[in-house]
Design a protein around this ligand. Sequence first.
Ligand code: HEC
Length: 729
Amino acid sequence: MTFKRWAAGAALLLSAGTLANCSQIFGESESAGAGGSGEGITTAMLVGADGDSANWISHGRTYSEQRFSPLDSINRDTVGQLGLAWSADMDTGRGQEATPLVMDGKLYLTTAWSKVKAFDAATGAKLWEYDPKVPGETAVKACCDVVNRGLAAYGDKLFLGTLDGRLIALDRDTGAVAWTTQTVPTDKSYTITGAPRVIDGKVIIGNGGAEFGVRGFVAAYSADDGKQLWKFYTVPEGDEGDDAPAYLKKAAETWNMDVLAANDAIGGGGTVWDSMAYDPDLDLLYIGVGNGSPWNRAYRSPGKDGKGQGDNLYLSSIVAIRPKTGEYVWHYQTTPGETWDFTATQHIMLADMTIDGKPRKVLMQAPKNGFFYVIDRETGKFISAKPYVGLNWATGVDPKTGRPIENPETRVDQTGKPAMVLPGALGGHNWHPMAYSPKENLVYIPAFEAGMMYAPEANWKPDRARGFNVGFSLAGELPADGGIRKQAAGTLRGMLVAWDPVAQKARWTVEHPGPWNGGLLATGGGLVFQGTAGSEFNAYDASNGKKLWSFAAQTGVVAPPVTYTVDGEQYVAVLAGWGGAYALSVDGDLINRKAPVRNVSRLLVFKIGGTAKLPAPPALAELPLDPPPSKASAEVIALGQVKYGRYCAVCHAPGAVGSTVLPDLRRAGALESAQAWNAVVEGGILKDSGMASFKGSLSKDEIEAIRAYVIKRANDDKALEAGKRVARR
Ligand code: HEC
C-alpha cells in the first residue's frame, strides 16, 4: 500500500451598515433595559450593533459578520499586561465552538450538547444554566462532534438550536423555556450545531446531515411563539410539481431527477449548517449551502454512463434570499457539481471597499474549496477569486464565467479512480470564523492544509443505516510504518493568513504547528486574537502578524473570541476546549505528541492587569497499548476494516489510530472481550455519553469483525513502537 493510499483514509480526517448614530438607537433601549425588562434587543439595535462596542449582541457581532470590535484599550501597547480576569469550567468534555453573546454586563454561551450558561461578565458569577437534555444517541447523527456555535438574542429572549433539531426560546433573565419548536424530521439524521440569526423578529436556523442522506433547508420562525413562517429548500425533492417555486425547477434541470426521486435515502444534501449574513439596506439574507449527499456525484446524480453529471444547484453555493418571505433572489455556486465535500457553509462576511477605483458592496468567503471569493452582494456577480491555501483540484477560476478550471484527474466521480485531492474534505478553512479589520483592509483566515485520498466506493447503495454514507471508502488503511505516518502528518499545515481581498493575496502569514486552530477576533487596538490547536491563546499585531502576547490554555482552542466592556473596562473572552471533526479524526499518536492536545472545556476571560490563575491541568491518564493477540482470519479483519471505516472512523479516527478526544479503541478495556465489546456496540450501554448502539446497522458478526480489525491494528502499532504511550481521553 502506498503512502497516498494511506493518506486516503487518514488524511481525511486526519484526516452594516452602521446606521444612525448609536446613541440614538441606544438612548431608548438603555432606559428600556437590554437586561430584560422592556423590549430588550430590538431590530434597530441589531442593525446598529456596530456602534455598540460595549456589547456583543449577535453571532458575528454585526449583521455584516465582520467580527471586528472598535474597542482599543487593549492594544499593541497594553496587551503585554493582559491577564486572566476569571474562568469558568464547563460540564462537558467535548468540542467547544461557541461565540458568547454579551449584553449589559451579562455573558451567555452555549457548550457541547447544546447546553446554555449565563454569567456576570465582569465577575464570572454564574447566573443560570439550561440543559435541553439532548439524548446521547443523537451524537451518531452528527458528522463532527456534539458541538454548538451559539445563540441569537431578540426582545427578552435567547434562541438556541439543539443537536436533535429543536429551536428553543429562553427567557434571558432566568433561562426558563418560553417555547420549543421541532425544526427537523426526527426519523432522519438532521442535527443543528449552528447559531440562529434574528431578522425583524424572525428566527432563522438551518441544520446539518449531508453525510447521512438529508435534504437541506433553512427556515424562519416567529420570535414570539416559534411558529414556522417560511422554509427554503436548497435542493430539489425529486418530483418537482408544477407548483414548485421557480428556483427549484431551475435547480431540477441540473440534477438527475430520476435518481433523486427514486431514493429517499439520497436526499441530495445542501445543508445550511453554519454561515449567514444580512444586509439591512439591500434587505438580503445570505446563506452558505453545504455539500452533496452522498458526496460522490456518480451516485448522487449520475449520467447515462454512470459518471457524475450536472451542477447540482444549489450545492456549495451562496444564496441570497428575502428574510421576510424566504424568496430566492440570486445565487453564486463556488463548486459546481461538487463531489469532495466542498461546502460553501464557511463564514460569509460583508464589507464595502474600493476595487479598481470603484466603491463595491462585497460579500467574501473562504469556502472549503481553497479559493477566496469576492462577490458583488447586490447581484451575486463574481468579482474575483484566488487560492488562499495550496490546492490541486482546479488551476483557477475563470473570471468571465466565475467557474473553476478543474483538474480532470481529481474529478473522481468521472474517473472512478482514487485521487489525492487538496484541500480534502475538511477544506482549506472550515467553520472557524474569520475576522476583518477595516483599518488594515485585511481578512484574517484560520486556514490549513490537509489533503485527502478520495477512493470511490464500489457498489454503493443509498441507505439510512447509521454511519457515514458518502460514496467514498473511508476505511482508512494504515500501514504499520511509523515513517510513513510521520510523513503524512508532516503534510498537515495550519496557518493564520492575513488576506488582502482587493489584491487577492496574503499580506502576511503566521505558521501554526498543525491544522484546526481557533476562530478570530480583530480589534480597534490593532490586534488579532486567536486560540490554537497547540493549546495557546494568542494576540498578534493586526498589521504584521507579530505575536505580542500568549496564554497557556491547557487545551486546544477552536472557538472564536469576543470582546466587550463592563463599566468601561475592556474584556476578551474565549471558550476553550478541543474538539470538532479534525480532533475526532486526527492521528492521536502523531499530532502534537510532545504536548498532547486535550479537552479541558472552560471559558477564559481576560482584562488588563487580570491576576486570576487556572487550576493545575488534570493529569494525563496512561493507558498501555496491550491488546489481546490477533487470531482472526484476514477475511474477517478485512470485513472489520470496511465496517470500521463506515461506522466508527468518524468518531474514533480512521485506521483506529486513536483520535485526540474520544477513546482510543486500541487501548479500550472492552477489546479483550467479545461480550464486553458487544455490550457497548450493540447493547448501547454507553449511549447516554454519546456512544450509540449500532443494532440494526451492524450484525453481531460484523461487530465482532470490527473488534478483530482493531485488535490487528493495535498489535501492528504495538510492534511498531514498543513501549508505553500516553493515551488521551
Ligand atoms: C458518534 C460518535 C461515535 C461513533 C460513530 C462511534 N463511537 Fe464508540 N464511543 C463514542 C464515545 C463518545 C465513547 C465514550 C463513551 C463514554 O465516555 O462512556 C465511545 C466509546 C466506545 C467504546 C468503549 C471504549 C472504552 O474505553 O472502553 C467502544 C468499544 C466503542 N466506542 C466502539 C465503537 C465502535 C466499534 C464503533 C463503530 C461501530 C463506534 N464506537 C462508533 C463515540 C462514537
